[in-house]
Design a protein around this ligand. Structure first.
Ligand SMILES: [Zn+2]
Length: 350
């Protein structure tokens, strides 16, 4: 352990040794730890780390001291460890119920773009995911299944009434510049870690929240869902990030918040307006939840790094197979109606 800027850091050689990974001679500022089926990549001075090809925004930047590359102990404990050794997550329980949370609703439209409102797109994805997860055998509960406004605290309270459950909140992003594009998955910033893109700590970063007891499970769930999203959707990977949104800090079950693209940006806005894209997000949520469930089950006979699905750069982006239907606000709303109808009368199919 090395002290740097009054913070504890771990040399990457020690990380490599501990996780039985090789550290080839690094070329300049870049480093890569590797073993069969897993890898960790980063850059000196950077605040991003790629684990098995999935991007994480670190709690603290990677630093260099006396010629050694150092990763904060917080990032080793709170990101690398639960991803590489999900079998060490304590008492994760089983997953029988999935709480789906469609962001915004009612008078709160969320982000708006040329093709519709965030609240409608989020609800559509949630209703699609509900159907898929139920087909996978999960019990699914939604914080809202219509266009109503539910206070954030009530959403968390609703989630906390369930055990053997996890929580997925679905949102779409907004950007002030209009040019942003890509996918983000948020989990609760651990205690003592700056929120969002902040560099410096403030008093509020030290408050203990109910969600902190699930820190390892939160990042494992974020990993499986985010890996599915970046692998299957044709949008940039903006990373697994940390924040203290009310819905993820107040819940006692593992939970994440997904931002499935930008309402305002291109190509995001056009994709979000297409039912095929929203269906694909729903499939990614289902796949990520299933993979998380598998990773925490049968912990004794589990291989290392079972949680993380390596993103396969050679896999064909499957959205090319579907027509890029450019929809409208009406398209999203009618899709919601169709999805609800399919759920309420499953015999008819979709
Ligand atoms: Zn939102």
């Amino acid at each position: 352990m090395v002290l740097f800027d009054n913070r504890r850091y771990v040399p990457i050689e020690n990380v490599a040794t501990f996780y039985r990974m090789d550290l080839p001679a690094s070329g300049g500022e870049r480093f890569r730890l590797q073993a069969t089926g897993r890898s960790i990549e980063g850059v000196n001075g950077g605040r991003e780390l790629y684990i098995n090809g999935v991007k994480y925004v670190l709690c603290f930047p990677i630093v260099s001291k006396d010629g050694r590359t150092l990763i904060s102990a917080m990032d080793v404990v709170k990101i690398i460890e639960p991803i590489l050794r999900p079998q060490k997550i304590k008492n994760p329980g089983t997953v029988r119920t999935v709480i789906l949370d469609a962001g915004h609703g009612g008078i709160d439209s969320g982000a708006t773009g040329p093709f519709g409102k965030e609240k409608d797109a989020a609800l559509d994805v949630v209703l699609r995911a509900k159907k898929l997860l139920e087909e996978s055998g999960f019990q699914v509960r939604c914080t809202r299944d219509s266009d109503v406004l539910i206070p954030l605290e009530k959403r968390a309270e609703f989630a906390n009434r369930h055990s053997n459950a996890l929580f997925v909140s679905v949102h779409f992003n907004k950007s002030n510049t209009g040019v942003a594009s890509g996918l983000e998955t948020y989990c609760l910033a651990p205690r003592g870690v700056p929120s969002m893109d902040e560099e410096n700590l403030s008093y509020s970063d030290y408050i203990q929240h109910p969600g902190h007891k699930q820190d390892p499970a939160n990042v494992a769930l974020a990993t499986t869902v985010h890996a599915a999203l970046v692998r299957n959707l044709r949008l940039p990977d903006r990373g697994v990030k940390r924040a203290r949104f009310v819905v993820i800090k107040n819940i006692t079950i593992p939970g994440i918040l997904v931002e499935g693209g930008f309402m305002s940006g291109t190509p995001d806005a056009q994709l979000i307006a297409s039912a095929a894209y929203r269906q694909r997000i729903a499939e990614c949520i289902r796949d990520g939840v299933n993979r998380y469930k598998d990773a925490i089950a049968n912990q004794s006979n589990q291989k290392p790094s079972a949680v993380v699905a390596a993103t396969d750069p050679t896999s064909v982006p499957t959205l090319e197979k579907v027509a890029p239907v450019v929809g409208s606000k009406v398209d999203i709303e009618s899709s919601v109606a169709q999805a609800r109808e399919a759920i309420e009368s499953p015999a008819k199919g979709n």
